[in-house]
Design a binder for this molecule. Structure first.
Ligand code: AMP
Length: 419
């Protein structure tokens, strides 16, 4: 047997109703906020991600699916979508049509991570971006959108953590202070944190190692190193969030896995998830456009939600999603009636009634058993007598009642009953 690749997941038909529900909710709430969908390629030139996500990040160093294609180009399966969105916005000059863009995306991403519950190598994200506003109301709008989606999905308990990474100047200053503090404790840090200290020191704050946590708890706080502009943005954002009734918790050690973030960063956590407790996150990326050789900064903010983790949360909340069954099964007792069966099935489908019939020429008894198993509301039976009299027999699968009726009238009856 050939099985699927480690870290990938087949989504089987019985799991689809929850996915449809999530996808429909994402579409509806995005439109409600005036966001438009953008669909981008699954793979990009490697440099799209290398430059933007940051050479020293885990994603770029260890997690990208990168290969040289037959033409000799280095290609990467997208590990996230914000970089691709920025690439597309520049390539198609979208900002010349409108100086402010509200975009959303949905699709699979690929990261070579160690698979565990809620962590896959192919997973799905929904994300939204506001491109072209530096104002705190854009931060609030993005969080309102995220919050509305989460609520509409029925996620009842979650925590929104926020922090500010400030502008580049503040961040660099803080980085220096943090490095000198962490260096004093480098002997006590975990191997991973020591490695991060050299390459990407802010990420040490992300460590889950208990020893590291003790050191982190006493480390200098970024807030104390934010300049006036950064402080003002953060304070205004928090004030507006409170005004709009969005509850949040400030977490001064929240840094994100990708390098391009500035100012507001945030994460959504759920206690239903275990160790991989974040089901979404995002932040501002005011300086990302300049990394794509754009001259001016285009202040922007976005977030992404992990769909597999949302599925896990909804399942553990015990919310059930029922599969839509076909409504009608057309059964026959002789394969010579198949043309009639097809004609009737097609007629019903034209009126929007989902209809199936047996494709294996099984006995009538087997067909009726199958109709029952499929959970249809009505079964039509076509036998010798029905054919001779231009009728059909209709069986109500709920109460077992059966009657014979002229074909046209029978179809009308079903349309009335099932529409
Ligand atoms: P990130 O792009 O890393 O900020 O991730 C945003 C969200 O995507 C996370 O909060 C998760 O819900 C989800 N996510 C990230 N990595 C994975 C993964 N390997 N498997 C499943 N979901 C993931």
């Amino acid at each position: 047997m050939i099985s699927s690749v480690r870290g990938t997941k087949d989504i089987l038909p019985e799991e689809m109703p929850i996915w449809y529900f999530i996808e429909k909710t994402l579409q509806e709430v995005s439109s409600l906020f005036g966001f438009k969908e953008i669909r981008l390629p699954i793979f990009e030139k490697t440099e799209v991600f290398q430059r933007s996500i940051g050479e020293a990040t885990d994603v770029v160093r260890k997690e990208m699916y990168t290969f040289v294609d037959r033409g000799g180009d280095s290609i990467t399966l997208r590990p996230e979508l914000t970089a691709s969105v920025v690439r597309a916005v520049i390539q198609h000059n979208l900002l010349s049509e409108s100086p402010l863009l509200r975009l959303w995306y949905y699709g699979p991403l690929f990261r070579y991570e160690r698979p565990q519950k809620g962590r896959l190598r192919q997973f799905h994200q929904y994300g939204a971006e506001i491109i072209g506003s530096s104002h705190p109301e854009a931060d609030v709008e993005i969080l309102l959108l995220a919050n509305s989606i989460i609520k509409k999905l029925g996620i009842s308990e979650y925590t929104l953590l926020i922090n500010s990474l400030g502008n580049l100047k503040s961040r660099l200053k803080y980085r220096e202070i943090l490095v000198s503090y962490l260096k004093q404790h480098s002997n006590e840090l975990s191997v991973e944190s020591r490695e991060r200290l050299g390459k990407n020191p802010l990420r040490v704050l992300d460590s889950k190692d208990p020893n590291d946590l003790e050191i982190i708890q006493n480390s200098p706080l970024i807030y104390d190193f934010l300049d006036e502009e950064s402080k003002e943005h953060y304070n205004n954002t928090k004030m507006m969030l409170k005004e709009y009734g969005i509850s949040f918790k400030e977490y001064p050690y929240l840094v994100r896995g990708l390098d391009y973030y500035s100012h507001t960063v945030f994460e959504f956590q759920s206690s239903f998830l275990g160790s991989q407790d974040a089901f979404g996150g995002g932040g501002r990326y005011n300086e990302l456009f300049t990394q794509f050789s754009q001259k001016n900064d285009i202040p922007s903010i976005g977030f992404a939600l992990g769909i597999e983790r949302i599925v896990l949360i909804l399942e553990s909340q015990g919310i059930e999603f029922k599969q839509e069954n076909p409504k009608v099964f057309v059964a026959y007792n002789d394969s010579k009636f198949i043309p009639k069966v097809l004609e009737i099935a097609q007629k019903l489908r034209e009126f929007g009634i989902s209809t199936i019939f047996d494709l294996q020429r099984r006995s009538l008894k087997a067909q009726l058993k199958d109709a029952n198993k499929k959970g249809v509301s009505y079964t039509i039976i076509i036998g010798e007598e029905e054919i001779n009299n231009q009728t059909i027999s209709i069986k109500n699968m709920q109460d077992g009642n059966q009657f014979t009726i002229e074909i046209r009238k029978g179809i009308e009856f079903l349309i009335n009953e099932l529409k």
